[in-house]
Write a protein that binds this ligand. Structure first.
Ligand code: ADP
Ligand code: MG
Length: 417
């Protein structure tokens, strides 16, 4: 056992309070400590953050963490500070003097983790600053943002590689994502120029999540009924529009559920406040558009409800993945109506033919998932290229096979036309 391995183990216990590594965390961390480019594909909740946080804390210098969302950065920096670690972020929410303070901390070697938005990374003066800092490695979190095939394309992510090269081409990169489709994987490798990287990929099965679809008939009533059985439990309700988010948050509030809205149309302060209230347990349920959730680390979310149909199975998997991160059971309930799928299709009418066809293919998978009587987990996992020998026994189609509702055949045919 080398001194660095001892130190990693020690820090895992002393700082994070964990007795052992989960899954392949130790192998991943050794790969990055060795200076190898490392590619991590693990489902949401698997514990990807630790794979860069722990080496960042343990190695000399500052690790740069590129992260797509301000909420996500704040969340992690707060968490690190809570552990007594000097972590900072650089993004558009800081004023000039705050930025200078952050840079000073890094240059003096105080800061172990510097979270940076891709937009900030490309700024000339930040580049000059990063060149003069002592850096340990670069982590690209939510690396699927680099790919147009992913569900969250961020053009600025495409510039990451050339920027790293202009800082120090030998800096090891660790790319992390929960998106496992082959196209996205290839795109990440190509764009970060890491053909030589070591790949760590684990199963996407979240055995503790119960999947269920209910036909959407009287959704307000159905939602209230569902939540009444989960009083005081943490949950997320996803809606398609901001208006619906407000409406449902209000509905829950007047019915005695501690609920708050979250969507991109809210004032940033309010948004941050509502997120904090959720994380601090002042509120039980967040009603949100999909603007909420990426990278949010709340271990005890017990349910995720899709009040409206999601746009893709990939997105659905990510969003439901926020439940049960602590390993205890979580329920993932979708209210499905074909009308919602048609609404989603209308959003695409101004897109190019190819984009429209892609979007439609993704929606078709939602229709199939929601209407077929097949084990839901089998369907979700096959989307990620994983095949199950047996049905899961822990979804509505496995538990209550008689309950499955009729395939809306015309609807399905309509989509194919
Ligand atoms: P991901 O980024 O893969 O979605 P996170 O990094 O947010 O997942 O981690 C999910 C949860 O797992 C967090 O609550 C984290 O504290 C916990 N976790 C990570 N590593 C371990 C470990 N070795 N032992 C116990 N819990 C862990
Ligand atoms: Mg993460």
């Amino acid at each position: 056992v080398t001194p660095i391995e001892d130190k990693l183990k020690q820090n895992l216990k002393d700082i994070f309070g964990f007795d052992k590594f989960r899954g392949e965390q130790d192998k991943i961390i050794h790969s990055i400590v060795k200076g190898d480019n490392t590619f991590v594909i693990m489902p949401t909740g698997a514990g990807k953050s630790l794979c860069y946080q722990l080496p960042a804390i343990t190695l000399e210098g500052t690790a740069v963490v590129i992260s797509p969302l301000i909420a996500l950065m704040k969340n992690q920096v707060d968490q690190m500070k809570g552990f007594g670690i000097n972590a900072r972020f650089l993004n558009s929410t800081l004023n000039k003097s705050e930025m200078n303070k952050v840079k000073k901390d890094v240059l003096e070697g105080e800061c172990k983790l510097l979270y940076i938005a891709p937009e900030s990374l490309t700024k000339e003066d930040n580049l000059i600053f990063l060149k003069s800092a002592k850096l340990s490695f670069v982590a690209v979190d939510e690396a699927h943002c680099i790919s147009e095939w992913g569900h969250d394309f961020r053009p600025e992510y495409r510039k990451i590689r050339s920027i790293i090269e202009s800082i120090d081409e030998k800096l090891p990169i660790i790319a992390l994502t929960a998106t496992a489709t082959p196209k996205v994987q290839l795109d990440i490798k190509k764009n970060l120029n890491m053909d030589d990287s070591k790949l760590f990929k684990t199963s996407f099965n979240r055995a503790n999540l119960y999947y269920e679809v209910r036909p959407k008939k009287n959704p307000k009533k159905q939602l209230l009924q569902f939540i009444s059985g989960l009083k005081g439990k943490s949950g997320i309700v996803y809606c398609l529009s901001r208006k619906k988010v407000e409406e449902i948050a209000n509905l829950l509030s007047v019915n005695g559920v501690k609920a708050l809205p979250y969507h991109a149309g809210l004032d940033p302060d309010v948004r941050m406040n509502n997120q904090d209230a959720f994380l601090n347990e002042e509120c039980d349920v967040v009603v949100a558009t999909i603007a909420f959730g990426m990278g949010i680390d709340k271990p005890d979310v017990r349910f995720v409800v899709h009040y409206d149909a999601p746009k893709s199975l990939e997105g659905y998997y990510q969003e439901t993945g926020r439940a049960g991160r602590d390993g205890l059971d979580g329920t993932c309930l979708m209210f499905y109506a074909y009308d919602d799928v048609l609404k989603l299709e209308k959003f695409n009418k101004d897109k190019t033919v190819t984009e429209r066809e892609n979007a439609k293919a993704l929606l078709m998978e939602i229709v199939a998932y929601s209407t077929l009587g097949v084990c839901r987990r089998r369907q979700l996992l096959s989307y990620f290229g994983e095949y199950m020998n047996d049905d899961c026994g822990f979804c509505d189609n496995c538990k209550k096979p008689t309950k499955k509702f009729q395939v809306e055949e015309e609807a399905v045919l309509g989509m194919k036309a």
